[in-house]
Design a binder for this molecule. Structure first.
Ligand code: NDP
Length: 448
């Protein structure tokens, strides 16, 4: 879909002001493509530079992270926190540790986060952070020293009413623990609501670890239900084998799906008997191993394909849950030719714009990440709620809230797409529903 001519100057400005930040350009273009219909219906949204303001982060922080490795050498990484929009609440969004991290990637993630958080209906603004630190192969001690140094700088920008990070790629329970411990030392405050994804013994929420994956599957289930269909007996492929992938697989299996493949950045495994989830958790969460180790331990039913592309495996349900732009136009054509029925994005922006067009024109149900993976941040907001009331809820209670939130997001996207003349277009529905909520709040504040 082209960008409406009224919005073209906004896109041109974003491209020239943020030169070289390709992923950020891609994320902004996708949202602006949807907003043409909003300004056609409500021209006042183009007033007061509301859209321009949403595209400009409120604050961008870049800092040095020095730390000492196990050999006693000083290492230097770069840290980022982009506090994108606080119209609806404190900045909220994860921290990513991956060598590919740069300002453009953090800005794309922060921008997506604004709309995602708005879609949840909860009081959270949008932000994102991270570092180009590569945790792969690092010892526990090195991870701890890195996290402590990262938080030593970042802590002054955080607070339960200001900015509340969580995990993302390369940042799980262990890293959140080290960062929370350092925040507590530096501030001398037990401010539980300053980070989410915490361990259960020190203020974490039940079901937060599972939430992103479970939520994405609930979203897919809702899309299928609208067509009178379900997940029972469907063959599914999930990319990645990290936090989101593992709990996507778990919920798919609980709802009767048959997950036959998953991956990491080195290759993928096909397991015709269905992925053995206990083994996968042991390999990834306990041993911190590779997907090749799963294949080696699993025996005859599993095949490991080094360097292969997981999207070559025929399936009806595809859930990209690794990283941005991992599913290309070519992969989308293969999936369509192989009979894919529904694509639910667990990762952020994993499908390229080409791939999205191919799915939509083939009438494949397509759920964009900013809607489908919102269960993680929604449960983080539930964690903040529990911290604020010094309470903790049961797994069942928390999961029930998550399920209701995901159905709500699904319905909001579907209804908004219909209202704006594009039934079944969840990309458009998510972008418009998220935008309208943020824009209304910003308008109420005047020019800020
Ligand atoms: P993890 O670090 O737990 O797992 C990431 C997985 O993706 C690993 O299997 C990793 O493989 C693979 N991966 C990462 N980068 C690449 C790459 N460049 N090419 C191929 N594979 C890659 O991260 P999460 O599961 O937390 O995050 C996955 C996605 O979900 C991200 O897009 C994240 O932004 C998104 N997300 C996460 C949320 C959360 O709550 N954790 C919430 C909402 C979205 P390898 O080990 O080989 O690097």
């Amino acid at each position: 879909m082209p960008v409406d001519e009224k919005l073209e100057p906004i896109l041109a400005e974003v491209l020239s002001r943020n030169a070289g930040e390709e992923e950020f350009h891609q994320a902004v273009r996708e949202v602006l493509e949807s907003l043409g219909r909003v300004v056609a219906k409500h021209p006042d949204y183009a007033d007061d530079a509301l859209i321009e303001r949403i595209c400009e982060p409120e604050r961008q922080i870049i800092f040095r992270v020095p730390w000492v490795d196990d050999q006693g050498r000083v290492q230097i990484n770069r840290g980022f926190r982009v506090q994108f929009n606080s119209a609806l609440g404190p900045y909220k969004g994860g921290i990513r540790f991956h060598p590919s991290v740069n300002l453009g990637i953090i800005k794309f993630l922060g921008f997506e986060q604004i709309f995602k958080n708005a879609l949840t209906g909860m009081p959270i603004g949008g932000g994102k952070g991270g570092s180009d630190f590569n945790p792969r192969g690092r010892s526990d001690g090195e991870i701890m020293r890195f996290c402590q140094s990262f938080m030593t700088e970042l802590h002054r920008h955080l607070g339960e009413y200001t900015d509340v990070p969580a995990g993302d790629i390369g940042v799980g329970g262990r890293e959140i623990g080290y960062m929370f411990g350092q925040y507590k030392r530096l501030t001398n405050r037990y401010e539980a609501g300053v980070l989410t994804g915490k361990g259960l013994v020190y203020g974490g929420s039940q079901a937060r670890r599972e939430a992103t994956g479970y939520g994405a599957v609930y979203f897919v289930e809702s899309m299928l239900a609208r067509r009178g269909e379900g997940l029972e007996g469907r063959k599914a492929v999930v990319s990645g084998s990290g936090n989101v992938a593992i709990y996507t697989i778990e919920k798919l299996q609980q709802l009767g799906g048959v997950v036959i493949a998953c991956s990491d950045s080195n290759g993928y495994v096909v397991d015709e008997a269905g992925i053995d989830l206990e083994l996968l958790k042991d390999v990834k969460e306990v041993r911190r191993g590779r997907i090749a180790d799963y294949a080696a331990l699993r025996g005859a039913s599993a095949r490991y394909i080094e360097g292969g592309c997981v999207w070559d495996v025929p399936c009806e349900v595809a859930m990209p849950s690794a990283t941005q732009n991992e599913l290309t136009g070519k992969n989308a054509r293969t999936l369509v030719a192989n009979g894919v029925v529904v694509v639910g994005e667990g990762a952020n922006m994993p499908s390229t714009p080409d791939a999205v067009r191919i799915f939509q024109s083939a009438n494949v149900l397509f759920a964009p990440g900013k809607a489908a993976n919102a269960g993680g941040v929604a449960t983080s907001a539930l964690e903040m709620q529990q911290n604020a009331s010094r309470d903790s809820w049961s797994f069942e209670q928390t999961e029930a809230r998550l399920a209701a939130i995901m159905r709500g997001i699904h319905d909001r996207c579907a209804e908004t797409a219909e209202e704006y003349g594009a039934p079944g277009d969840y990309v458009l529905g998510a972008n418009i529903a998220g935008f309208v909520r943020v824009a209304e709040a910003m308008r109420a504040f005047g020019v800020v």
